[in-house]
Design a protein around this ligand. Sequence first.
Ligand SMILES: [Cu+2]
Length: 366
Amino acid sequence: MALAIALVLIAVGAVVFHWWSPWWLTPLASNWGLMDDTLMITMVITGVVFVAINLFIAYAIWRYRHRPGHRAHYEPHNKKLEWWLSAITTGGVCAMLAPGLWAYADFISPPKDAMLVEVIGQQWLWRFRLPGQDGKLGLTDVRFVAPDNPFGLNPNDPSGRDDVLIDAPELHLPLNRPVKVVQRSLDVLHNFNVPQFRVKLDLVPGLVTTVWFVPTKAGRYDIQCSQYCGVAHYNMHGHVVVEPEDKFQAWLAAQPTLTQLAAKASAKAAGNPLVAQGRDIAQSKGCVACHSVDGKPGVGPTWKGLYGKTESLVGGAAVKADDAYLKESILEPNAKVVQGFSPVMPPQKLSDQEVAALVAYIKDVK
Ligand SMILES: [Cu+2]
């Protein structure tokens, strides 16, 4: 009998908790109310079944409890009951899955007039690309990915020259305009997820995945990677800023195109080519995802003011951060681990010249 009471309490408690729980969906900021509807259908069906089964078991425990003089009778099959249960289960499963098929078909079929944005994922940062005047994105290929070409743009494709390249994890979008997002990954699986938009789709290496939405509320929203993609996965953040059309156009006009970036890079290289190369490597290899250059804490020690500093190591020893130590820490990261950090950095395959460039850049971060 205690078991029957416990089951009733669990069923009632689950319903009460559902209504009083503080954990609800974030307020919707896109056109995808359909996602909330499909979620609610699943919630209601599984909720009703959960409560019904628990109450039925509680009833059966009480109704068929042991009583002197009563004997159970043997009934191995009940065709009619089995048909009913099969039919109800099939109906319930179809009602949960079918709406998702329609929602997904719509979710990956952008309208013709949608503006185009490319999202690029890499361990552990986000980049974005928007088409320039010609409305087209230039061709890309992983073959072209290099420290000075982190987007992998095809240098022979003229339609890429006016592409707007955003080498930072913040994307701006205009309010109430449909956006078609095409997604690429440079290494492993990632997932572009903005909870307020109800948008969540994998970036698959070797594929371009497509998703669309209309931002309907101005604001600044978190982008999170929702596919476990390595040790600094939790740190793979970005932002989407949704703003009125005029503000968006002003932001867009201030972003560099490929041609402008190339001119800037050659000017920088003329100053100190080794430091410029090191900065490119730090960006393209994703070093900056874990090592900040402004003193902020990260997965690894910050590079700001690192050169020449004495670091305390795990195990009690100390080491001066000179050229030899930096070189060793790049090639064999876990040989000397700094106190307060975990030995999680993968060894880097870089040539002697590239290591020298990276060390020159680290020295330059003051
Ligand atoms: Cu990721």
